[in-house]
Ligand binder design. Structure first.
Ligand code: FE2
Length: 293
């Protein structure tokens, strides 16, 4: 026995703890894959992993690493590798969400790596989107089953060129059509993007409904860009129901240096608590599983 497997408190996260000083690269991949398929989220702790090991380990289990073109936040590229990004754009809370659910092409899988933990606070938060769905009142379930979400974003020429990492309008059009996003270009080269998606999706296995989307942080950070498809507002009482459920079912992960977190982005929502110091350095990789999924 080189590892111990336990749950974090009574939460959903399975923790794989190194008890025999092995390298993370020695772990049985089939066991990892089976645990990942059952739980959707695994935390590897005590392996004293460094950035290069993190990259090797994630390369061995994942494929189709993507850069963050079109992403909502600004992210710092680590060691010149565009598929390795720092998540600390600002320090405030980010509510639970599925990664990049404001566009069609989402990464199916996420990896986080703790290069350095915060001195205090700044936990990563997670919850299971299946449980989130089950906790919804029947009227709210019905509301989101019947009404898609609509994101409408306006961007100046300077902003879209930066965000999409191109100044070529043709390339932007291609990216938008690949992402099923409706693009309007104004005379001054500013743009309007519109993306419509459901708030609830079927699970990969087809047996469950999953409440996973980027509704909560979008309403929190830029409320005006999100409405229902028919332009009606998401009612305040529904927002408070969602925020209450999120708080109730959240598991907090207090980072330790070298921790690695593996997340099924089709099922598990993540976010983070606010923090105040400048120590917190968490990296992310966006990709797909390199195994049948
Ligand atoms: Fe995120």
């Amino acid at each position: 026995m080189n590892t111990k497997i336990q749950s974090i408190s009574d939460g959903i996260v399975k923790e794989i703890i190194n008890i025999n000083n092995i390298s993370i690269l020695e772990l049985d991949q089939e066991e990892i894959i089976n645990l990942f398929k059952s739980y959707g989220i695994l935390l590897f702790r005590g392996f004293l992993a460094e950035t290069e090991i993190f990259k090797q380990f994630t390369n061995s289990l994942s494929t189709d690493f993507i850069n963050y073109a079109g992403g909502a936040f600004s992210r710092r590229v680590i060691n010149g590798d565009e598929t390795l990004l720092s998540v600390n754009d600002f320090q405030s809370e980010i509510k639970l969400h599925g990664e990049m659910y404001y566009q069609q092409n989402i990464p199916l899988m996420l990896w986080f790596f703790c290069a350095n933990p915060p001195l205090k606070d700044g936990e990563t938060t997670v919850c299971d989107g299946r449980q989130f769905f089950n906790e919804l009142s029947s009227s709210t379930k019905e509301l989101f089953m019947k009404n898609n979400l609509k994101f409408t974003v306006r961007m100046s020429q300077e902003d879209w060129q930066k965000k999409y990492q191109t100044d070529d309008l043709k390339k932007l059009k291609e990216m938008c059509s690949k992402n099923n996003t409706c693009l309007t270009v104004n005379d001054d080269q500013s743009i309007i993007l519109q993306y419509i998606c459901p708030a609830i999706i079927p699970s990969r296995c087809g047996k469950f409904q999953v409440f996973i989307n980027s509704l909560l942080p979008t309403k929190q950070l830029s409320s005006q860009i999100l409405k229902f498809e028919d332009d009606s507002e998401i009612p305040d009482e529904v927002m408070s129901e969602l925020n209450q459920i999120a708080e109730k079912i959240t598991t907090k992960i207090a980072w330790q240096k070298g921790d690695i977190l593996m997340i099924d982005n089709t099922r598990i929502l993540h976010g983070r608590r606010a923090f105040a110091d400048n120590q917190r350095d968490i990296y992310i990789r966006l990709c797909s599983p390199a195994f049948p999924f």
